[in-house]
Each structure stands twice: as structure tokens, then as C-alpha cells.
Design a binder for this molecule. Structure first.
Ligand code: FAD
Length: 756
């Protein structure tokens, strides 16, 4: 999370991480525009590069080689990355509507979401497998590989659609499946392949020589080609064509002409007959000058283009230019598409066909050429440099007088004390929108707007209090809000209490009122949702300007007055098992992400874990007779464990082999991407009796790694431990594990023993 000197004046939001946006982000990283914030919203963290997709299916490349890591790319570009599915637009309010999170405000919007399969046959949406979204196709493809490996029977695979995508995909699948069967010593011809198209020829957009070449190839490889045969019906296990003939098909892959995403119809944007966004020569919507579109989803009025990744890539630079020009109030430039373009089509193995207008060529050299081009394209998205800082100073953007004044005020010296409060009107509007739990024991809370909240401690209950606060470590304020609330609640859950009420403390960087309000809304909505789900009433708080975004909560919990259900840190009993509910490694992963050395899906998994409430875990631990519990946070696993073992007067054994760690955590720690808190945390290493024997263990640094919204660590009777872990898994804590045991106190000054 980087603080910027220039207040945010304008927001460009990119919807979808297609080829155009990926290249645009790469370029933005080299030349950001001061005062302009870029946000990418995409449902997938890793987006495929279409040129290498068939060869990936054929087994020539790994998943990583053919996917662009959008989270890391956005980080490199200094852009925010929101992992979310866009479901609509509120163009009047200039907001992007997303599944499961608050709308995102924009000044200019660009859409690059590709195409959606157009199922033109009855039953196809239920029984056929569309090639897009590609991650779902990939999951099903990997399942199909497993099924074919496991079932020594004949298999029929049908591809519907014989454009370049369909033909290339069929040849790639055939290549891979045959090799798989050969490797298993089975008949490679056991799988029958067929392809169907309503067109009179395959590859209708290519020249006759290319069509002939592929027809010959398909025949040689035993593929049944059905041209002029529209598929009209699909059932489980078979399909029917317009002639009325029914063909057996165990798997039907759908690669026909695609259409625009259904949600675009509700946006009021002008769409073509297939539902794609109509754009002018400048890639600007013909209905809304604030909306741009590129790639498959864009339909150029008067000059429609083939749906091919090559155009999406080429549109990136004009798109970037026109978005910047729009923000700067400068004239837009038209995009001139090539009339003829080079297509390099793979044939399954290490051969390819080049096709351009009336020209064609084929052979191993074409494949090597294609491989070189594709690898060079992907190389620009690996080993990214950190974003150039946007130069501070007076922004050159055309802004209103009121905005200029607010921007100058935000850049000028800021007051301290109460002068640093976020404007009352902003706060009032934000708070009024939040979902808040109403509770009988909260007579005066957020809704009543008094100077302070009033909460009652119900008869027979005692109050449990805790406070937590941290600065932002991720650019998504909604996710940050969810994590901050979870992190703060963790202490109360660990004590065995129920959360009753919360007070928030937030700092927001100064800026335009509208941007401050938006960030506060996103962040507080995330937090309020978590608190509400926990039955905890948000009763008030304070927000102030600060250099960095930060959020914390004081939580009130309730517990039985006799404290009989209270879980202390000091209750460890010799013989107990140590149960940990979540993996460790968030600290080093977040550092690696800042350094652009983490993979996007590592960070996704860590964030998902941080957003997982520990409420059910705490209940589960209690139900299995836990004697002591704590939440693992800033001091790292060993630091928190020693906080338990020392007052309990026991020793502990930690099993490094059993310790669950996040994917990528060992690599990140091993590469030296360690939190700034690590050295202080690592001072407790003197408590490790046999440190020397395990000094080189790759998990060792993770014992000192500070955790954000980490798991609960509990001492559970050994006889209950297996059932407890099983129940935790069933409750969704899939990596919960027994990570060690409690030992009787020894005479040794170092109370912790490692086992590997
Ligand atoms: C098998 C196959 C092989 C192909 N081979 C080639 C080839 O060799 N060369 C070539 O030029 N073209 C090829 N194509 C065509 C090519 O795949 C497409 O033209 C290209 O992917 C379009 O790129 P795009 O940038 O428009 O969008 P896409 O690459 O489709 O990317 C869209 C992005 O938007 C995201 N997204 C979608 N909906 C939402 C939403 N609602 N909210 C948030 N995010 C969303 C997706 O997750 C994805 O990241 C092939 C197609 C297929 C099917």
C-alpha cells in the first residue's frame, strides 16, 4: 500500500482483465498520471493469454506460463485490484455494480470483459461445456483428463464450432489425450473426436489453402468433421443436428460464435445484435462518452473486427491514450485496425500454420516462431518493476474550482487535533448507509447520533474488552474493512466471549470529499458486514485524516459473570494437543506482494483466510473442551505460544511438519521477504531448546511471522483433538491441524522443543 503525495482527483475504473487492460496496466506502470487513480475490477486474478491457450491444453506450457497475474500487475502499476464480478452499471451515478461488495465510483470507465458463449441449441447451456470462462473450462478439462485416465472405456468428445478456436482446441485436446493414453499403455485411438459447424467450411475467416490444410489434418487424425450441420439440441451423452441425426457424445465442448455478457443489456449502453458494446473509432461507447470498451466486448460501428486476442492487444495503446486524453480534456485519437492480420494456428504438436489474407505457410518453424512471439509477449508481465511514482505537485487535470480548492487544501499543511477530523457531513452520509445490528443491550448506538454510545451489560454477564488498529496493507478498502473487523474480533472469540458492540477508529488520507467518502464507505461497509454477521453492533467511532488509510476497533464482548466459560491463555495442560485453526505466513506473503514477488493466487488465499471469521472456530474449540486459547497475530506463532506456555508453567513441542502454512509462504520467507516486525518477533528464538538442529528448516522463519487476522491457537485434550480438527474442517477451517503438544515443565530454561 503506497501513500501518494497527490490527492486522488479522478478515477479510471477498468472492468475485466482482458488483453487490452493487461497491456494498458503495463504501460501505465511506466507513466502514471498524477491525481488519477486506476482500479482494475476482475473476477479472476489470473487471466489467460489466448495465443497460448490451445498449446497449454496440449500440454506444451504450464498454467503459470499462459496466465497473466493481474493482482501483481496492478500492484506494479500502482493500481488498485478488486477481485470481484461486475454485474451492472449505474451510469447516472457513475458507479460499477459488483457481486457481493459496494459499488465502485468512476469518472471514466473501460470495459474489457471478453465474450460469453452463445448457446444456440436447446440443452446446450446445461449439458455442453463452454470454453469461456476459461478457468471453469480449465477445471473441467483437468477433471476430464482424470476421468479419461481412470476409465479404460471408449470415449466420444464433440466440439461444436469450427472457427480457429474450435479447431485449435480440438487438435490440442486430441494431442494431449492421446499422449496420456499412450503413457498409460492404453489405445490412443480409444477416444473418438468430432467437430460440428453450421458453416459450409471449417475456419471460414481463413483462406482456402488454410482450410484445406486443416481439413486434411483432421481427416488424417481420424476426426469426424460435420460441416453445414448446426447442432440444435444437446442432452447428457448425445447431441442432435439440424438434419435430425443424433450423435453420441460423452463430452460436448462449445466454441461457437460468442455474445455479449447478459448484464450489458441492463446498462442502457448501445449494443449490437450480438449484445456487444457499440464503440466509435476511439473505442468510446456511442451512447456514453465516459465509457470505453476494447477487445471482444467492443463492436466498432461500421468496421466490425474478428473476435481475436490480437485486436484486444492492439487496442490497448489507443485505449490508454484516449482514457488519458479524456481525463486531461484533450482530443481523442482514432484507432486504425489492420485490414489483414497474421494468425498463427497450432496443430496440437510442435507444428503451426501461418495465415494472413491469401497467404499461408506451415511447419515446425512456424510453431517455433509462434512460440517465440508468445513467450516474448508474456515476458513483459513477469519480473515487473515497481511503478514509477506519480510526480507530486499541482495536477494538470481540468478540475472545477471547488475541486481545485479541496485538492490544494489536501496537499497543504494539515491541522492536528480536532482539525484533523473527517468532515461531519461525509461521516454522517457514510454511517447512514452502513448495515448495523440492533441490540436490546445497546440503547444508544450509531442511529441515535449522541456524543457517546450507551451499552448495557446484561444481568449475569461480564464485559470483555479489546482494541486493535492497523494501517492498510492492501489497496482494496472493502477487503481491508472486513479483515480489520475480523482481526479485532479475534481477541474476543479467543477468550470464549460473544461480541456485543464495537467502536471504530479510522484514518483516511486527505483528498476530495467525494473520494474520502468513497473510501470510507467501502472500508466501513466491509467492516460493518463482518460485525453484523457476528451480531456485534457498531455503536460509534471516530475518523480522522492521516497520511495512510488505517482502521481499528475497540470491541466489547460479553461472557458469563462467573467466568466459567472464559478461556485464558494460561490454561495449557500437559498432555493436551495444540490445535491451530488457520495456516501461518500472511506477513511474509504481504511483503512479497509489495515486492512484486508473490503470485496473485497466493495473496487471494491469504486474504480469504484473513476474511474468514474465527467465531465458529472458537465455538468448535469450546465444544471440544479447550483449556486455553489465543489468537495468533502480531507476535507470530511462537511469540503467542510462549505467552500461553509461560504463565501456564509448561513446556511445549511444536511439530514443524504438521504446521499449516500458506502456499508461497515458504518461498517468500526463503527469498528474504520478511516483515519489518520479524527481527523483534524472532528474539523469542532463544526459547527454542533445539534451535540448532532445525535452524535450516524452511518453516522456521514462519514461527516469527506476524499474522493479520490469524487463526486461533488452543490447547485441547488429546482425546478430543482429532474430533476437534475434523469439526473445524467441516466448519470451513480446511487447514486446521494439530501442530504440537503440551509437555510437563522441565528444568530447561528454553521451554519450547521443535519436531520435524
Ligand atoms: C480456444 C481458443 C483459442 C484462441 N486462440 C486465439 C489465438 O491464438 N489468437 C487470438 O488472437 N485469439 C484467439 N482466441 C480468441 C481470444 O481468446 C479472444 O478474442 C480474446 O480472449 C479476447 O480478449 P479480451 O481481451 O477481449 O477478453 P478476455 O481475454 O476474454 O478477458 C476477459 C477478462 O474479463 C474478466 N471478466 C469477464 N467478465 C467479467 C465480469 N463480469 N466482471 C469482472 N471481470 C470479468 C475475465 O475474468 C477475463 O479476465 C482464441 C479463443 C479460443 C476460445
Amino acid at each position: 500500500m503506497r501513500a501518494s503525495d497527490t490527492p486522488v482527483l479522478r478515477d479510471i475504473v477498468l472492468v475485466g482483465g482482458g488483453h487490452s487492460h493487461a497491456v494498458l496496466l503495463r504501460r501505465w506502470a511506466m507513466q502514471p498520471l498524477p491525481g488519477v487513480r486506476l482500479t482494475l475490477i476482475c473476477r479472476d486474478t489470473h487471466t489467460p493469454y489466448s495465443g497460448m491457450l490451445p498449446a497449454y491444453i496440449a500440454g506444451h506450457y504450464t498454467h503459470e506460463q499462459v496466465h497473466i497475474d493481474l493482482r501483481t500487475l496492478a500492484q506494479a502499476a500502482g493500481a488498485r485490484f478488486f477481485k470481484a464480478e461486475v454485474t451492472g452499471l449505474d451510469r447516472g451515478a457513475q458507479r460499477v455494480l459488483c457481486q457481493g461488495r459496494p459499488p465502485v465510483a468512476y469518472d471514466w470507465l473501460s470495459i474489457n470483459i471478453g465474450a460469453t458463449p452463445g448457446f444456440g441449441a436447446a440443452g446446450a447451456s446445461a449439458h455442453a461445456l463452454p470454453v469461456k470462462p476459461i478457468d471453469r473450462f480449465n477445471r473441467r478439462w483437468l477433471e476430464l483428463l482424470e476421468r479419461v485416465r481412470g476409465r479404460p472405456a471408449r470415449w466420444r468428445l464433440a466440439v461444436v464450432g469450427a472457427g480457429a478456436g474450435g479447431v485449435e482446441l480440438l487438435l490440442a485436446m486430441q494431442w494431449r489425450l492421446r499422449r496420456e493414453l499412450q503413457a498409460l499403455g492404453r489405445d490412443p485411438g480409444a477416444i473418438e473426436f468430432s467437430i460440428y459447424t453450421d458453416a459450409p467450411v471449417i475456419l471460414p475467416t481463413h483462406n482456402a489453402r488454410v482450410q484445406r490444410h486443416f481439413m486434411d489434418l483432421l481427416r488424417q487424425r481420424g476426426v469426424l468433421v460435420h460441416t453445414g450441420q448446426a447442432v440444435t439440441q444437446v442432452w447428457a451423452g448425445c447431441l442432435q443436428t439440424q438434419s435430425g441425426r443424433v450423435f453420441d457424445a460423452d463430452e460436448v465442448i462449445w466454441v461457437t460464435q460468442a455474445v455479449g455478457a447478459p448484464w450489458l443489456r441492463e446498462t442502457g449502453l448501445a449494443l449490437d445484435a450480438q449484445g456487444f458494446i457499440e464503440v466509435n473509432d476511439c473505442l468510446q461507447s456511442t451512447a456514453d462518452a465516459r465509457v470505453f470498451a476494447a477487445g471482444d466486448v467492443a463492436s466498432r460501428v461500421g468496421q466490425p473486427l474478428a473476435k481475436a486476442g490480437v485486436f484486444a492487444v492492439r487496442q490497448a495503446m489507443p485505449l490508454l491514450h484516449n482514457l488519458r486524453a479524456s481525463v486531461l480534456g484533450q482530443p481523442l485519437k482514432p484507432y486504425r485496425a489492420q485490414q489483414r492480420w497474421l494468425a498463427l494456428l497450432g496443430t496440437g504438436g510442435a507444428q503451426a500454420v501461418a495465415s494472413r489474407g491469401a497467404l499461408s505457410a506451415h511447419g515446425g518453424w512456424v510453431w517455433r516462431w509462434k512460440d517465440w512471439i508468445d513467450r516474448r509477449f508474456m515476458a513483459q508481465f513477469t519480473h515487473l518493476p515497481l511503478a514509477m511514482p506519480a510526480h507530486a505537485g499541482t495536477p494538470l487535470l481540468p478540475v472545477s474550482e471547488a475541486e481545485r480548492e479541496q485538492a490544494l487544501a489536501a496537499s497543504a499543511m494539515r491541522c492536528g487535533g480536532c482539525g484533523a477530523k473527517v468532515g461531519a457531513s461525509v461521516l454522517g452520509r457514510v454511517l447512514a448507509r452502513l448495515p448495523v445490528s440492533a441490540r436490546d443491550d445497546v440503547p444508544i448506538g450509531l442511529q441515535q447520533a449522541q456524543d457517546a454510545a450507551v451499552v448495557r451489560v446484561p444481568p449475569g454477564k461480564a464485559l470483555v474488552q479489546s482494541v486493535d488498529f492497523f494501517r492498510a496493507f492492501i489497496d482494496d478498502p472493502y477487503v481491508l474493512g472486513r479483515i480489520a473487523a475480523n482481526h479485532a474480533l479475534g481477541d474476543v472469540w479467543a477468550m470464549g466471549a460473544d461480541a456485543q458492540s464495537a467502536l471504530a477508529i479510522a484514518t483516511v488520507p486527505p483528498g476530495l470529499e467525494s473520494r474520502t467518502e468513497d473510501v470510507l464507505t467501502q472500508m466501513m461497509t466491509g467492516a460493518a458486514e463482518v460485525l453484523q454477521a457476528a451480531g456485534c453492533a457498531l455503536v460509534g467511532g471516530h475518523s480522522a485524516e492521516g497520511q495512510e488509510l488505517a482502521l481499528g476497533f475497540a470491541i466489547n464482548g460479553l461472557i458469563d459473570q462467573d467466568l466459567s466459560t472464559l478461556l485464558r491463555k494460561s490454561g495449557l495442560r500437559p498432555g493436551d494437543a495444540l490445535v491451530l485453526t488457520k495456516p501461518v505466513g500472511t506477513g511474509c506473503l504481504l511483503v512479497a506482494h509489495q515486492m512484486l514477488r508473490a503470485r496473485g493466487h497466493w495473496i487471494d488465499a491469504a486474504l480469504d483466510s484473513m476474511m474468514q471469521s474465527s467465531q465458529q472456530a472458537a465455538q468448535c474449540l469450546r465444544e471440544h473442551g479447550a483449556h486455553a486459547c489465543t489468537d495468533v497475530t502480531g507476535f507470530g506463532l511462537l511469540g503467542h505460544l510462549l505467552e500461553m506456555s509461560r504463565p501456564s508453567g509448561v513446556d511445549v513441542e511444536l511439530d514443524l511438519a504438521a504446521l499449516p502454512v500458506f502456499e508461497g509462504a515458504i518461498e517468500s520467507a526463503g527469498a528474504g521477504h520478511l516483515s519489518s516486525a520479524q527481527p523483534a518477533n524472532a528474539q523469542v528464538r532463544t526459547a527454542l531448546r533445539n534451535l540448532q538442529a532445525h535452524a535450516a528448516h524452511p518453516k522456521l522463519p514462519l514461527l516469527f511471522d506476524p499474522q493479520t487476522a490469524g487463526g486461533l491457537l488452543a490447547s485441547v485434550p488429546a482425546a478430543q483433538a482429532a474430533a476437534c480438527v475434523q469439526a473445524l474442517h467441516a466448519a470451513g477451517y480446511l487447514r486446521a491441524a494439530v501442530i504440537g503438544r503440551v509437555l510437563p515443565a522441565s528444568a530447561d530454561a528454553a521451554p519450547a522443543v521443535l519436531k520435524a
